[in-house]
Structure formats: structure tokens, C-alpha cells
Design a protein around this ligand. Structure first.
Ligand SMILES: [Ca+2]
Length: 190
């Protein structure tokens, strides 16, 4: 009996230290110098908000503790004070181990215009999904219909290697951003 308890304790410690290393969260950043984003809310308990620049920058974070290796939907809502193009970036949080990524797919904006949120459209001869740019590399655009949340393409991101686009918002029209994320661990390069 004592032996079994010891084994269980050891197992628990091992899994604890593994999850402590597993530290990458989801970070979505919205920015427009002219637009104040207010009435920020979410129906998910795992989403947290931070507003900067007097409400003109909104950081939306999901802690690593709540990330799954399967696709999980999240959403949040805000109301813009003016019409304009809000820059939105989807990425991972700071300080993650090298082989950890946050995958995004099926991004939609109700009440705003966000283009190519499933990353399926490409201009001829261009490696990036249409309307998306940022610090990500070509190999972070994954074409794999079994692993994509929708269609056949999704993106892997990290801090400094996110995907960004401009979305058109209308004054006082609430916007709900919905997205699917999953945590992806890549085998180290040989
Ligand atoms: Ca897709």
C-alpha cells in the first residue's frame, strides 16, 4: 500500500514539472490610435483582458493552463468608439519553449469585416494567406486538411511570430471576435 502511494506521488510530481515547462498562452492584440474599445466582455472564464493607451489597445490573453492540444473555440466582444480599421494580431505569449506554438483557425468577426479568417485564400504565387502579414515564417502556414479546424489551412504562431490583419469596424457597433486555438508541440529539429 505504501509503495503505491509513493508511486502516485512521483507520477504527480513528474506531471507537475512537465506542465510548468509547458508555458505558452494565447495572446490577441487589437490596436487603433483613434478608436477606443469599450464594453469588453467574454462568455469564457478563461479569457482575460488588459487595456492600454486609454482603451485604444486591447490585449486578450488565455493562460497556458487553459490550452488544449485539441481545437477549442473562444470569443470576446467589444464596442468601438469610432469607425476605422483596427489592427488585430493573433500570437503566442512571451517566453515559451522553442518547440511550442499556438495554432489558430476559423477566425470570424461578427459586427466587423475580417477577411480570410480560415487562411484558405492565397494570391497567385504568394506564400502568405491573403490579407495576413506579420513575423511568421512560411513553414508556420500549415496545409493539412485533417489537422485544420476548417478547410485545409491553419497557422502556427509564437510571440514575435504572429499573424495580423486590419479589420473594418463601425462606430458603436459591437464586435464579437471568435477563434479556435490549440497548443502544438513540434518535435525538435534534427
Ligand atoms: Ca482553415
Amino acid at each position: 500500500m505504501k509503495k503505491n502511494i509513493l508511486k502516485l506521488t512521483l507520477l504527480f510530481l513528474v506531471s507537475l514539472s512537465l506542465s510548468a515547462m509547458d508555458s505558452i498562452g494565447s495572446s490577441v492584440r487589437l490596436l487603433n490610435q483613434e478608436v477606443v474599445m469599450s464594453e469588453v466582455s467574454t462568455s469564457s472564464a478563461n479569457v482575460s483582458f488588459k487595456q492600454k493607451k486609454e482603451g485604444r489597445r486591447l490585449d486578450v490573453t488565455i493562460d497556458s493552463a487553459f490550452l488544449s492540444s485539441d481545437w477549442v473555440p473562444h470569443s470576446f466582444t467589444f464596442t468601438p468608439s469610432a469607425s476605422g480599421r483596427v489592427n488585430i494580431e493573433f500570437r503566442g505569449t512571451k517566453g515559451a519553449p522553442e518547440n511550442l506554438y499556438i495554432a489558430y483557425d476559423s477566425l470570424t468577426a461578427e459586427g466587423a469585416v475580417l477577411r480570410n479568417g480560415s487562411f484558405e485564400d492565397f494570391a497567385p504565387e504568394k506564400p502568405n494567406p491573403k490579407f495576413w502579414w506579420g513575423g511568421f515564417k512560411q513553414e508556420q502556414v500549415i496545409k493539412h486538411s485533417e489537422h485544420a479546424q476548417s478547410g485545409s489551412t491553419f497557422v502556427l504562431t509564437r510571440y514575435g511570430q504572429g499573424v495580423r490583419t486590419n479589420m473594418q469596424v463601425t462606430a458603436n457597433q459591437p464586435v464579437t471576435i471568435s477563434y479556435y486555438i490549440r497548443r502544438v508541440t513540434l518535435a525538435p529539429a534534427k
